[in-house]
Design a protein around this ligand. Sequence first.
Ligand code: HEM
Length: 504
Amino acid sequence: MDLLILEKTLIGLFVAIIGAIVISKLRGKRFKLPPGPIPVPIFGNWLQVGDDLNHRNLTDLARKFGEILLLRMGQRNLIVVSSPDLAKEVLHTQGVEFGSRTRNVVFDIFTGKGQDMVFTVYGEHWRKMRRIMTVPFFTNKVVQQYRFGWEDEISRVVEDVKKMPEAATNGIVLRTRLQLMMYNNMYRIMFDRRFESVDDELFQRLKKLNGERSRLAQSFDYNYGDFIPILRPLLRKYLKMCRDMQEKRLKLFKDYFLDERKKLTSTKGSNVGLKCAIDHIVDAQEKGEINEDNVLYIVENINVAAIETTLWSIEWGIAELVNHPEIQQKLRHELDTVLGPGVQITEPDTHKLPYLQAVIKETLRLRMAIPLLVPHMNLHDAKLGGFDIPAESKILVNAWFLANNPEHWKNPEEFRPERFLEEEANVEANGNDFRYLPFGVGRRSCPGIILALPILGITLGRLVQNFELLPPPGQDKLDTTEKGGQFSMFILKHSTIVVKPRVF
Ligand code: HEM
């Protein structure tokens, strides 16, 4: 068995060397490839740049090689784009050419080879899935229908926290309770369901499986099998783990949510109340537009794309407000004066609170949850910035650097919401300025922005209205060390925060 693997590895190395020679010939002759570090056979630049290609490491490389660069990660081409003009080219002008997504063996498992929407190539299937998901998830009507649910969820957080005696003294990990809130915000939309407490058994199972999916997908541990295809047999155990976990996860979505909802609608008929998102999706299935696997992958996509991203942003916002008490106080003052002390913020109020909007924008700028966007891909050979881009290259837009480049922003390392009321007053989160793309822009941009922004506003607003948020005793700042995965950025240590109720 081991000999077989050795034999395959040797054949692989041989093929890879030939591949590397061919590439270097291409580099020299037909193709004008973007600049980058000189690759070595087989490994390309992998050993030089390492696994952790986070936004900061890629920023360093951009400073060295320029606004477009090529990294050879084993057999894979990785293009990194770091200027607003080139971002515009990738996301807008050549949005069709660069509108696909890369998948690797792990993502093939988690998406049923692209039966979902987020990781499928740009084409008929993606268009259909995005159209089917729009009415149930991504319209202002959905916001108006569900905002009462989100307001209810955060008011329950406030009540629960007020009942925790340690919250006001030693502090609590507020994230734990906010995670339940975010699951409820999304499960109310999807299935008209909520979980009563963090101890709910079904919630625990769901959270564990989603966490495991996130860990397995974002890990760098499988890179070698992705970069050097012949080493893939060595990934067998890892891939089995992914497959087993995904099977359990899809079964949980089906047995406990999808089938339960179908049962309820078939027994209660129109007495079931307002249609929830999954009812619309099942309608599309019944019309023969999509199959049941697609339905389950829509549930899977919402679980991955909506919950933790918004939660990370809430968590970053809280951390910045704790570490900048003067900004927290200024925000509280705005809430008290515009709404009146103790008058609880609702979704329509968020539009009347410019400083709250600025705090959210600044959080998304400095602490971008998806700093490299979700990787894009060109299906065919393409041109970008005067260079040739070989077909099926992975294209990373370093959106974090675009929004933190000192050549384009005043003191970008500073958390200063005022910038969005002063020199950057015209910049919106919807991509109206190619220096600031926390949700991307164009065809593959985040459709969830329409839900994420009001949820962020209501959540941060209510917390600051009702509590003073402070570091735990003996600490004057929270640790804001970042942790990155394959394409996410979150806070390394979930902070303990003192949450002191205000007296009105
Ligand atoms: C603060 C919260 C969020 C942030 C920062 C965020 C950010 C992003 C980014 C950067 C992308 C990739 C854009 C690109 O590749 O060009 C994306 C894609 C996506 N997001 Fe979000 N997102 C958030 C919340 C949500 C929510 C709440 C939902 C759903 C309810 C959602 C659903 C999606 C989907 C479905 C895609 C894939 C779109 C496609 O490939 O066509 N996101 N998001």
